[in-house]
Design a protein around this ligand. Structure first.
Ligand SMILES: Cc1cc2nc3c(=O)[nH]c(=O)nc-3n(C[C@H](O)[C@H](O)[C@H](O)COP(=O)(O)OP(=O)(O)OC[C@H]3O[C@@H](n4cnc5c(N)ncnc54)[C@H](O)[C@@H]3O)c2cc1C
Length: 382
């Protein structure tokens, strides 16, 4: 066992930290308040090679693997979660890289790292959340095309994306719910395809979240991912597993950032004639926060390392996501508590971190769904 980061991993971590610390703090509050995607900062992140980190070199990406990509996400979320989500502009490209035809990979993947295209991945619908196989947006073959009808909900980057990777029902009659869905690439500008931003989210407001509608949208048959219908179940499960680690990295990052803010604050804030850091009750909170972050980070890195070694383990992935979400919420809560009323009033950025952290327990599988996955790995489909 070797717990040391490689020289490359240390370099990635350092570069991501420097970029986020330079680019985010001055503008984070403004983008949060405006509920606007930070386009100029995203462009710089593309130029420096942070976007689409896991895209392989043969398709124009930096080929950092999942450990390297998770480290960038962690560092970005450490400085600001809403801004950090600018990295999600490659969302859906995991599906293209792992399941697309060679033509699809060559056509779309090289556009993503340099920022020539923003992608989104549309699975969730108003009535299909945790139960993704209830998705009822249909894609019906018509000659050399498919015609898509339906709607998607809560889609990250939906309003700013150039390409959507959309989960559709392609077999409406099959009794086997695991063999009814397929993914399609839908380009922006196709007639009948519209997106509208959902406003007033609790947190990560610099990240675009949108509702999509498809009204007789026609796409060429070659936009069917992998060229085969009804393979969507295994593809969507792969997507969730990969992106659970992205979310886990976010959880570790926001917890680390909040923790550092709290430590700094309690050393300078004085009550009863002393720095509040000197009170044992406060020290116990600090110790608990540090212990939780350390365990969450180790589990995250283990899960990423396993994927990079070709060992795909849904149980360790779900444990990493479940625990990172839990500590993201508890650490930001404690960090705000330690700031007292100044934290509550938004004098410091800690209240934004507190609002941002909650999403880690919701998207890419709620904490309850993670528990179901873990239990299923232990007990089987009881
Ligand atoms: C900011 C944001 C961005 C998002 N981005 C995307 C995106 O880019 N693409 C996309 O496709 N989706 C996206 N989502 C949607 C997200 O993945 C879903 O919200 C999530 O899967 C949960 O679905 P739901 O909200 O419909 O909750 P529901 O499934 O309705 O769940 C509601 C509650 O019931 C619980 N529950 C449900 N089923 C069970 C069960 N079997 N056992 C125990 N408890 C259960 C859940 O845990 C939860 O607590 C995003 C969501 C948010 C908030």
């Amino acid at each position: 066992m070797d717990f040391k980061l490689s020289a490359t991993e240390r370099d990635i971590q350092q570069a991501a930290r420097e970029f986020a610390e330079k680019e985010f703090p001055d503008v984070a509050r403004e983008y949060d308040e405006k509920e606007e995607f930070p386009m100029p900062v995203w462009k710089k992140a593309c130029e420096l090679g942070f976007v689409g980190g896991f895209i392989k070199e043969e398709y124009g990406g930096p080929g950092l693997g999942f450990t390297g990509s998770a480290m960038i996400m962690e560092e970005f979320w450490r400085v600001d979660p809403g801004m950090g989500n600018l990295l999600l502009t490659s969302f859906g490209s995991e599906i293209i890289q792992n399941f697309g035809t060679e033509e699809q990979k060559k056509k779309y993947l090289p556009l993503i790292p340099p920022g020539k295209a923003i992608t989104c991945c549309a699975v969730t619908e108003p009535d299909a959340g945790s139960d993704v196989l209830m998705a009822s947006t249909t894609a019906v073959r018509d000659g050399d095309e498919y015609v898509i009808n339906g709607g998607k909900m809560f889609i990250t980057n939906g309003s700013i994306a150039d390409l959507a990777v959309v989960f559709c029902l392609t077999d409406q009659k099959s009794g086997d719910r695991y063999k009814r869905h397929s993914f399609f690439i839908v380009e922006k500008g196709r007639k009948g395809f519209e997106a509208s931003q959902l406003k007033r989210k609790m947190g990560i407001r610099a990240s675009d979240t949108s509702e999509l509608s498809f009204n007789n949208v026609r796409v060429p048959a070659e936009n069917l991912i992998g060229g085969r219908e009804n393979d969507g179940f295994k593809q969507v499960m792969y997507l969730f597993n990969i992106n659970r680690l992205v979310a886990a990295a976010q959880g570790v990052g926001v917890a680390q950032g909040a923790f550092e803010k709290a430590v700094q604050y309690i050393k300078q804030r004085r009550q009863f004639g002393k720095a509040i850091a000197s009170f044992q009750g406060v020290q116990f909170m600090v110790a608990e926060m540090a212990a939780n972050i350390e365990v969450a980070r180790n589990t995250l890195y283990k899960a990423c390392w396993m994927i990079d070694q070709g060992k795909f383990d849904p149980m360790i992935i779900s444990i990493a996501k479940l625990f990172a979400g839990k500590i993201a919420v508890s650490v930001t809560n404690d960090a705000l508590q330690l700031h007292g009323a100044y934290g509550y009033l938004g004098e410091y950025d800690i209240s934004r971190f507190y609002r941002d952290a909650k999403v880690v327990e919701i998207y890419e599988g709620t904490r309850e769904i993670e528990k179901l996955t873990i239990a299923r790995e232990i007990l089987g489909r009881a």
